[in-house]
Write a protein of this length. Structure first.
Length: 282
C-alpha cells in the first residue's frame, strides 16, 4: 500500500508525475497539498509547478546513443544521471566547471567529491578553471533570484557547450536537470541557445525521477553533501533562513541537519538551488 500510485495535479490543475501514497500523505500532512474531492487516490498541490513546454520530436535534440558531455554540478547530483544516460547508450565524458561556488575551500571540497565519484564510476572528467570573478561579474547587475540563477546557468552551460565543441563531442547536458529546485524550462532554453551558438546540441531529459535516489547513492559512495546551492548569495540566504527558524543546537553530530523551532529537521538546503519543487521533491 505504501508504494501505491497517487495522481498529482498542481494549483492550476496541470497533471504532474504520479507519486506514492506515503509521499502523498506527507504532502497533505505538511500543508503542501489537499485531497481531491471524490478521488481517493489524487492530491492537489497548493502551488503551481513550472513545467517545461512540450516539444515536438524533431526539437528533442540528439537521440540517445553516441558521445555526450555531462556538465557535473556536484558529485551527488551525478550519481543518478551517469547510469541513466549510460543505459540509453551514451558514451559519457564529464565536465566540471562551477565558478559560482564560494568560498574557495567549498569549491575544492565539491570538486574533490566530483572527482571521487567520477573515479568510482569510471567517468572521464575534464576539469575547467575556477573563476569566481566571472560569476560575480555575470550576476553583478542581477544579484536576486531568478535572474541571478539564469545568469549562473548561462555561464556554466556556455562553458560546457564550448568544451563539447573543443573535444569534438556533438552534444552535452547537465546534472542540474536532476534537481526539483532548478528551473528546468530555463535550463532547457539556455542550453539549446548556447548549444546552437557553438555548433553542438543540448540533450534535455527531465532527470528529477532520480532525485529520491540521489542522497542514498551519495552516501553509498561516501560523497560530500553540500549545505547550500554554491554561491555567496545562496549561502547568505541559507544563513538568514536558519537564523530566523532555528533554535540553538543542531541535529546529530556531523549530519548537517538543522533543528527548527518546532522540532522538525530542516534538510531543505541539502540541494542544488532553490527555485521550484514538485510532488516528488518534498
Amino acid at each position: 500500500m505504501s508504494r501505491e500510485s497517487v495522481r498529482v495535479v498542481d494549483a492550476q490543475g496541470r497533471e504532474l508525475s504520479r507519486t506514492t501514497a506515503d509521499r502523498a500523505r506527507k504532502l497533505v500532512a505538511c500543508g503542501k497539498a489537499t485531497r481531491v474531492p471524490g478521488e481517493p487516490h489524487a492530491i492537489r498541490l497548493w502551488y503551481p509547478v513550472a513545467v517545461p513546454e512540450a516539444r515536438s520530436p524533431r526539437d528533442e535534440g540528439p537521440a540517445p546513443g553516441g558521445e555526450l558531455l555531462l556538465h557535473v554540478c556536484c558529485g551527488p547530483c551525478a550519481t543518478y544521471p551517469v547510469p541513466r544516460l549510460r543505459s540509453l547508450g551514451f558514451a559519457l565524458r564529464g565536465f566540471w566547471y562551477n565558478p559560482n561556488i564560494e568560498p574557495a575551500g567549498e569549491h575544492a571540497r565539491r570538486e574533490a567529491s566530483a572527482r571521487a565519484y567520477a573515479a568510482a564510476a569510471g567517468l572521464p572528467l575534464e576539469v575547467g578553471p575556477y573563476e569566481p570573478e566571472r560569476f560575480l561579474q555575470a550576476v553583478e547587475a542581477t544579484p536576486l533570484r531568478p535572474e541571478r540563477c539564469r545568469k549562473c546557468y548561462r555561464l556554466r552551460l556556455e562553458a560546457a557547450a564550448r568544451e563539447a565543441a573543443r573535444l569534438g563531442i556533438p552534444a552535452f547536458t547537465t546534472t542540474l536537470l536532476i534537481s526539483p529546485y532548478q528551473d528546468q524550462a530555463a535550463l532547457r532554453e539556455i542550453g539549446e541557445e548556447v548549444a546552437s551558438a557553438h555548433g553542438v546540441t543540448f540533450y534535455y531529459e527531465n532527470l528529477r525521477r532520480g532525485w529520491d535516489q540521489r542522497t542514498r547513492l551519495a552516501r553509498q559512495y561516501g560523497l560530500y553533501l553540500q549545505q547550500y546551492c554554491g554561491c555567496r548569495f545562496s549561502l547568505a540566504e541559507r544563513e538568514e533562513k536558519i537564523a530566523g527558524r532555528a533554535r540553538p543546537g543542531r541535529g546529530p553530530a556531523g549530519s548537517g541537519e538543522v533543528v527548527l523551532a518546532d522540532g522538525r529537521i530542516d534538510t531543505s538546503c541539502l540541494i542544488e538551488g532553490g527555485l521550484y519543487s514538485d510532488a516528488n521533491s518534498a
